[in-house]
Design a protein around this ligand. Sequence first.
Ligand code: CTP
Length: 398
Amino acid sequence: MARVREVILGVGGGIAAYKSCELLRRLQDRGYAITVVPTPSSLNFVGAATWEALSGRPVTTQVWERVDEVRHVSLAATADALIIAPATADLIARIASGRADDLLTNLVLAVDIPIFVVPAMHPRMWLDPATVANVDTLRSRGFVVMDPEIGRLTGDDVGPGRFPETIAIIDMFEELISAKRDFLGMQVLVTAGGTREAIDPVRFIGNRSSGRQGAAVARAARDRGAQVKIILANSQLSTQEVRDLNGIEVISVETATEMHAALEREFPAANLLVMSAAVADARPLKILDEKIKKGQLKDIQLIENPDLLKSIANMRDKQIIIAFAAETNSDIGAAQEKMKAKGANILYLNDVSGGAIFGSDSTEGFILTSNGAHIPVAQTSKDTLADLLLDQALIQLG
Ligand code: CTP
């Protein structure tokens, strides 16, 4: 199954709706983008303004709002999973009988994605034969319905019906969507973008790296359970792409020197370093305070920047390091030499002839590993390459 990113959170009209605010937040921490679809009655407990503020997205409850967008169809087309939490007895009954009397129930009929239902209600309602039969119907149709917890309800009553702990909901949801969590407990450090070296207050030496490949690796590692930090230099990521770094610590830098300092600070705690940033090979010997005149440009003296990768590899304990080489030819032998010289375990040889790769969403090249593997990567998305690189890193991390 493709990695789940877009999740619809359907909210039923029960007091546990307020607990779904926390659920939404924790899902965002794990990198899911959430659109909230409350039932009209649930707005008595948590209003649309709260959901809009928390999700950063518009909230509608009826099919006749934003009619031009045909919300139930457009949401159904882009979502990867639907969580209904809390699901009330009435909502479960309406879904079981195929009703479509609000946006959420329309959506349930319109989607073809995993649906995860988290009921919460008074124990007598949960145990009522009508609810029992409705839950059975949902389960027989492939919905995953979580059992409520047994415990104290809003009043003094005790029994099955409590909304489960957020973490229990997320665990079961992730099991359902079988998201690969093979980086759980690991710390992944990624560099991305391109460093800039100031010449004067106006000009700099830089490069065309967009930061997209590094961002893709960071997202993939996060989605596979890792704690991720990204050292980001002057990226050209869109607002949405920056938002998609949700749950990832972003350390912004400008120059190679700043990136070096951040790497020295963060590398010791990491299990894996992915060095996808394009580091400027040189910087002006002096940064001038005044804008220099055209005639003086030929006098700019450059000094080579240190090889950050090589220097950091010398600090390594057990870390695995992935390097990138952007080349206009595909000389595998030379790339293997580069990997060895830099002390990397894995190197992605990126064919950038024609400049097509910069800022693009796709890539093509070879994955080389220090244990001799040589994997051709035919034109593919940067997201797919990110997962392939992480697969190789996992082999070496043991
Ligand atoms: N890199 C680095 N520090 C530098 C230059 C590059 O850490 N000063 C890292 C990049 O992040 C990348 C890898 O080294 O992971 C390969 O970069 P590349 O530019 O291909 O290597 P260079 O050593 O600059 O080799 P060349 O002379 O072929 O450009």
